[in-house]
Design a protein around this ligand. Sequence first.
Ligand code: ADP
Length: 449
Amino acid sequence: MTRAISLREVSKSYGRGVRAVDRFSLDIAPGEFVVLLGPSGCGKSTVLRMIAGLEGITSGELLLDGEYANDLAPGDRKMAMVFQNFALYSMMTSRENIGFPLRYESPGQDPGPRIAETARALGIEDLLDRYPGQLSGGERQRVAMGRAISRHPSAFLMDEPLSSLDAKLRSYLRAEIARLTRDMGVTTVYVTHDQAEAMSLGDRVAVMRNGVLQQVGTPHEAYHLPRNVFVAAFIGTPRINLLRAVVHAPLGGGMWIDLGTQRLSIPEPLSRDHQMLRIQQGQPVIVGLRPEALRIGRLNTIRPGEVVLTGVVQHLEYQGHETLVHLNIGARPAVMPELESPRPPAARQRSHAMSRAGSTVRLRQLVQKATARVHGQEQETAFEHPAPRVGNEPPATRGGDLVLRTGADLRLNMGQQVPILVDLAYLYVFDHVGNRISPAPQQTSNLAP
Ligand code: ADP
């Protein structure tokens, strides 16, 4: 049996002041694989633990198969959890570890067939008589998965189960988890801060920030129609280029987006999405350009829907099959403090010593720092603007303000000036608080497809 899981306006407060999850609503269909994605401390694990019954719900409702389940004992929920550091019993073999939960769930029944079936599904038959100390990290995690699977749970709840493993093993086990959960058809809620993992695993991805659900959608929707600048910046590598800009749409006609020293001219007739920008006349906005919306090309290769900018090559990142080109176009990047990394070593050391509650305070301070005065009002912005340029001082050019991909065979030199062709079909515009205004916002349902 597999479960439908619904959360209705669920909140979690830890004492006074710490609101870990804020009015979180999500309907998960039986058999669906949903990933909770967001930066560390945004409330993902808390949501998962409330579903498991390991954490009380402060307000709101949890429904399991449509039944009110806020107070249901964890054991009665028939869910299996897999954690990052799933502790196996060191004095038991893999066989005993996998069979352990069965002793309590089905006392008197021979666990042998279930253990054998589980070991076959995971390809760990030859590891059954080994102790945890005789297993590699990846093997231990597979035994841990086996312990969760053998119970035939009604749902899997996985909390960063792969994050302690190396990259190669992680991608291998990721595929294993996708296959296993698909074959078993069991509802799965998977927590990760790794957007690539989320995109490759989830039927749907639920992006969280500061305890608040930002968007739920298929990986395709989350990437192509991010509801706000946070989702746009969190998903995709290299990260979307975010630039401060001002929309100009004078009554006399024409439209252009001022990027600083250059402008993007929007050709007429305006598309429906670009017409949406008219109401932003004279307003500061954030322009989002994914690297694939940009190409370096000769002017005589320009295609319909493309416009031209000029950039100066600042830095080249050779990747083998492609090169990431960092360019300066004289624009001002919009910075998202929560997503900038790494922190300086001193700050990192300090943060180790801080409690989780302490980290929350720090996160709050960071968000407060991002509160900017916009049009005379205090508003919480989704981004922080670097200080405006003074006099003839060049714009911030550390690595450039725009990143695009090219084929690895394109020869470029540092300092070279190049034409950048921008495909306006992939132009994102966000308002000053970070909500997407173009392409036009659509109703994105958070109900299962
Ligand atoms: P994530 O899984 O996204 O990293 P968590 O759900 O673990 O985030 O935590 C969300 C917020 O709740 C964080 O600010 C964290 O510090 C806080 N938090 C988590 N558990 C507790 C607790 N037991 N007491 C107080 N604060 C907590």
